[in-house]
Write a protein that binds this ligand. Structure first.
Ligand code: ZN
Ligand code: ZN
Length: 576
């Protein structure tokens, strides 16, 4: 068996463990072991000798023995046991987002469906309607989930490919004759989903490009390598297409621009070069031989544009003549809001979460567990809210250098009212209003629902404005223009939710929101201590949205933020 074969079996084990209702952590361990195996640079034969497998991160004694069995005998007792009498292809259905194990079981037992192709065919032929327990609504939902899944095939979440990209970058950097390696393409532009890795490798003068390129035929991360004069195409072991570009040293700047994209941005730059008498990139290379990106932009009277905002053609005029283009940075953030603790569906305690935020250097954090309508997430009823406040007070006593705001992520009910009374909402320092139900309302109703919530005097910000889940669930239909208008009118904040699956608000709305005078808050929506890193993904989105430090409220120092929250509340005298 190859590494890929073994990884597939490990994933099947994970699927069947979950399918059988076994411990989800155990299932996760097999998934992690599969990724770790694929990412390792060592030959399989070396790994299975002695304690080799234990050198891999995320491989423990249990997963190691399964890998060893598979590598040596092509067979695993555990795999057989958990799979039972089910066909292994059933694991394919586990990939369809939103399809629950109970439904997969019904599909198999009552309709004999055991593959993706079979499911698709049955949906198309309306055959699921005769299966007991699967009505037209569920069939409809399955069809749209399948559609999303297939549209998303080939794409993976940015956060999920970073580790693999970094490993590959390190392997390329270690090559003989390599001066530098830059991850270009969507990776460099911090796109929310990625379907290709592009690397630009700068070779040392005098080391023939062909010679440098040739050694990468044998990089263990890469398969199906084909090389041409100045580039190499391949796939990573996990199936991601890879392009490695080897420019001549004098053409590095131009090649970086071209390889970073996006195509529209590159086309716009060439149009501008054409206007000054350089109609092709070859002409630009000759005229600006040896120039870096910054110099090339300067030649067009533009500041060096950060890769995140090299998307469309628009806005270059606005930048013309400016010296710098300084977008918000992770280091600007003084704190964040929106995270969950073990009071609702988070994994960690109030104390652990606050300590993790403090370790990131934050001066303030806002706790926001789920509200009472979120029964699926153990949402808080009033007595537990009060208990949490007591706990927050105790934790605050322990951590004097970080201020804890007490908040809630309250559900917006279908009619736009909030699921707690105003009197209770008034007792929180801040309120995030979120839609967690009735995703399929018509656009006008969904928009009106959210706008009404934004008019509530105690709501501070709108959480994940469209509710999308990348590569699995489209957002609910809303008119973002009207939502921005309502947010601006009521001086409410729009969240940029940094959860790797959400990245919502979508960065493409940034300019429209800014133009309407909306302010934003970058939040992690963390459900565990290690998810504070979601803030960094949120910063990517804010930068892609073209936001500056002043557009993002959680760049304010503590006193400024306290003032802002106070100003947003109705004054004492206006409330009877
Ligand atoms: Zn939420
Ligand atoms: Zn949340």
């Amino acid at each position: 068996m190859t590494k890929q074969d073994i990884a597939r079996v490990l994933r099947e084990i994970a699927f069947f463990l979950r399918f059988n209702g076994d411990n989800p952590f155990k299932a996760r361990a097999y998934e992690r072991a599969a990724s770790s195996l694929l990412l390792s640079t060592e030959e399989l034969s070396c790994l299975v000798k002695g304690e080799g497998l234990m050198r891999l991160v995320d491989v423990g004694p249990g997963t190691a023995s399964v890998i060893r069995d598979l590598a040596t005998t092509g067979w695993s007792q555990l795999h057989r046991t958990v799979q039972g009498a089910y066909p292994s292809s059933l694991a394919e259905l586990g990939e369809v987002p939103g399809l629950r194990f109970k439904q997969i079981r019904k599909l198999y037992e009552r309709a004999g469906i055991s593959t993706l192709a079979g499911l698709q065919e049955a949906c198309r032929a309306n055959r699921l309607l005769s299966v007991k327990g699967i009505g037209p609504k569920i069939q409809q939902r399955m069809m749209s989930a399948l559609g999303e899944y297939q549209r998303g095939r080939g794409y993976r979440l940015l956060a999920d490919v970073l580790e693999e990209a970094a490993s590959l970058e390190r392997a390329l950097s270690a090559g003989r004759g390599v001066r530098s390696v830059t991850a270009a393409g969507g990776l460099r532009r911090k796109m929310e989903v990625i379907d290709e890795f592009v690397f630009v490798v700068e070779c040392r003068q005098g080391d023939g490009i062909a010679r440098v390129a040739r050694q990468f035929n044998a990089v263990p991360y890469l398969t199906a390598v084909t090389a041409s004069a100045d580039r190499l195409t391949a796939h990573t072991v996990s199936g991601m297409p890879v392009q490695v570009v080897f420019p001549l040293p004098d053409h590095l700047g131009v090649r970086l621009l071209q390889s970073t994209g996006a195509q529209e941005h590159v086309d716009e730059l060439l149009d501008r070069f054409a206007a000054v008498g350089l109609p092709s990139w070859r002409d630009v290379e000759n005229r600006f031989s040896g120039a870096g990106e910054e110099e090339l932009y300067r030649a067009l009277d533009l500041p060096c544009i950060p890769p995140e905002v090299r998307e469309g053609r628009e806005d270059l005029d606005a930048l013309k003549g400016r010296k710098t283009c300084s977008l918000v940075e992770a280091a600007d953030l003084q704190g964040c809001f929106h995270f969950h603790t073990d009071y609702s569906d988070g994994e960690d305690t109030v104390d652990a979460m606050v300590a993790a935020a403090r370790a990131r250097g934050y001066r303030y954090v806002g706790i926001s567990d789920h509200s009472r309508s979120a029964f699926y997430a153990n949402g808080l009823k009033e007595p537990r809210i009060r208990r949490q406040w007591e706990e927050i007070e105790a934790v605050q006593g322990k951590h004097r250098d970080i201020h804890i705001f007490r908040g809630i992520e309250a559900d917006i009910l279908p009619d736009g009212s909030m699921d707690y009374a105003d009197e209770l909402l008034a007792e929180f320092d801040f309120v995030i209003a979120s839609v967690h139900s009735r995703f399929n309302l018509p656009e006008a109703d969904q928009t009106a629902r959210i706008c009404r919530a934004l008019a509530n005097p105690y709501v501070t910000m709108l959480g994940h404005p469209t509710g999308r889940l990348l590569l699995s669930r489209p957002g609910y239909r809303v008119d973002m223009g009207r939502i921005f208008a309502a947010a601006a009118a009521h001086r409410k904040i729009i969240e940029i939710n940094g959860s790797r699956h959400r990245l919502d608000m979508d960065w493409r709305w940034g300019r429209a929101g800014k133009a309407q005078g909306v302010r934003f808050c970058i939040n992690p929506d963390a459900h565990a201590i290690d998810e504070f890193r979601n803030v960094d993904y949120g910063v990517n989105v804010a930068r892609k949205a073209g936001l500056l430090k002043a557009d993002v409220v959680n760049t304010l120092p503590l006193a400024g933020l306290q003032g802002l929250l106070k100003d947003m509340r109705p004054s004492e005298s206006s409330v009877q």
